[in-house]
Ligand binder design. Sequence first.
Ligand code: GDP
Length: 300
Amino acid sequence: MLDNLTQRLAKVVKTMRGEARLTEANTAEMLREVRLALLEADVALPAVREFISRVKQKALGEAVISSLTPGQALVGVVQQELASLMGADLGPQASQLSFATQPPAVILMAGLQGVGKTTTVGKLAKYLQEQHKKKVLTVSADVYRPAAIAQLQAVTAQVGADFFPSHVNDKPVEIALAALDYAKKHYHDILIIDTAGRLGIDEAMMQEIAALHGAVKPIETLFVVDAMLGQDAINTAKAFNDALPLTGIVLTKLDGDARGGAALSVRYITGKPIKFAGVSEKLDGLEAFDPSRMANRILG
Ligand code: GDP
């Protein structure tokens, strides 16, 4: 996971730790290396700038300079600022899902095709049943790909949640409203709506999901993004965030050789918390996202 970034940072972190004295010159040199490592990992430029400027400010501050091991203190600052870039400042509450509504609480899933939306619905259903003892119903509003509906049915059955069937001739909003009505009548706590994704950003897709959002008024609108997509992941996140009031992000495929760009900048670019990370193809491969733990992993 983010091995390249970790390798690149390992060298400079080692140098930092060894510095008994921090000067403006050696600090600048180390930060230049960190900056390059982040840019190479596809972290968005404004996020890199903000990060480096915050680290620089603290590096030359009293707490670091007067520390007995200034190099070590500087590594601490880098760790802290990496975590903060990924949302640590938002507090542990930020990764929690909200259920504060009259049941059923609706969770709307958004994102491009192939990023892992349907798999994530299965993972979330399992997580909500096991960790929160919720009764979960899933439904697919993807009327363009019958295979997508069948796939959702299969993952839902695998985790033992309930599935609301939809048909390709139905309209997405009608499907979602019918599922919501069914969920109310059958006392489901949560309705998760999977939606159609395209291969790229597309006006019709945005209008359709905005209409779904307006009709079912979800308490959570989660944007699912593939961490392997690097800079592209950040651009699509920005486009969806502009079109929909997202409440959080799910970062998938962090178990692959993602370069780190999306993990490190999607929170900064959208202002929305990363709530979960997908770490396997299997349906138990979902973790609550923890910025500090992630920063530790990245620094190795
Ligand atoms: P959708 O088109 O967005 O609904 O994407 P799918 O749920 O069909 O997933 C696309 C592919 O990504 C499938 O092969 C999934 O098994 C895989 N996938 C989804 N999430 C993860 C993950 O966290 N890690 C890995 N390694 N694969 C994932």
